[in-house]
Design a protein around this ligand. Sequence first.
Ligand code: 0X9
Ligand code: ZN
Length: 431
Amino acid sequence: MTLIGLSILLLLLLLLQISLLFAWQDYKDYHVYELTPRDANEQSLLRQLAREQPHWDFLGPRRRQNDSTVRVMVPHEEVASLVALFDGHRLQHRLLIEDLAPLVQAQRAEYLRRKQRLQLPHIDVLAAFYTLAEINEYLDSLPERYPRRAQVKLFGWSYERRPIKVLTISNGDGRRNKPVILIDGTVHAREWISPSMALYIIQQLLEHFEENQELLQDYDWVIVPVVNADGYEHTHSEARYWRKTRKPTSDPECVGTDINRNFGYEWGHDEGSSSLPCEDIYRGERPFDQPESQVLRDILLHHSERLRWYLSLHSFGNSLLLPWGYTNTLPNNYDDMMAVADAGAMAIVHATNGIYSYGSTNYVLYPTSGDTVDYALGVANASVAMTMELPAGGFLGFDPWVSHIEGIVTESWVGVRAMAVEVIRRYGSHS
Ligand code: 0X9
Ligand code: ZN
């Protein structure tokens, strides 16, 4: 190549890099405040404000306990009214971040830089976050690399027609219809450590097969790294802190439904979901009116005859959340599920001193209705159904730095592995 050709190429690469950074215009002058409600009154006041102010983003975990801290992210033009309202109610608050944009840009620059050495379809889970296209390319390469042990199936499409892929991992012994451990990630778009964790689990089971053979002896693992395909793409291209789907709602101002409030088991309770399209926990007009929820429902039902453990990966909160979300009564098999959660939490504490809380969602966190875990237990016949809220990282909890990935996923794998061993011990090898 001539010198001029080379310079033009370099210039183009530079322009591409700049345009990628500038495609990301959100969060300029967004402020983030932190509040710690002092009693139950302040707690419910905050909940009320979160309902009344859909443009203020109250970020989890909003727990039942009074002592938990809440962060709220607001655009610049809302700052004055937020401060006035908090002051008026004597809610103590402190400014944590004055302009979110450079922080988000710095994180984006970090992972784009790390990805430059990437040779698709190979990916290094610990070295970067990956887009949907990259994850799908990786998944599609697995059956060729592991013809006897990996199978990829397209289960359906998102609203914007992105593929939702499912990987089944077996030990290749040809035995059919083994009981199943089903794991999903990225029901919520901004929880980026969740697809990383799903990919890490895949690598443990495929690339580190020798060490993990016992987990595949009598069980197949079914893994869906990205459920909310459109939302996840949107967090890469437009808005890092997007949670919901991308299907328009009845309100022209507000897009998206929370997949984790859209499932058709005890759907629609006002405690635990919202009928307002602008809210982050908007449940949709009807159960399963989101294509992505339909796809995940179909995946669950397809395996329901042999579904021993359904694990939904979320962030953040260091917790293992069991059904029910919709009521404070406990399911019949609660003690069994608690024993599995206990095995996970104990393994983690021994390995890293990491502390997990565990128990019924309704007690440990807050009421939820229409979520995937309640559906898995209530309809899809799962023996154990669980949400794993992975550890927080970064500025708002959902945005760990690339350098945090390794610590989080290796610790969490210790827990997932120990829980799988416990599930297999309890529920045996027959489906
Ligand atoms: O609220 C949610 O959807 C989940 N928390 S998050 O911060 N990732 O949004 C928790 C759902 C837990 N529900 C059940 N385990 N039933
Ligand atoms: Zn979530």
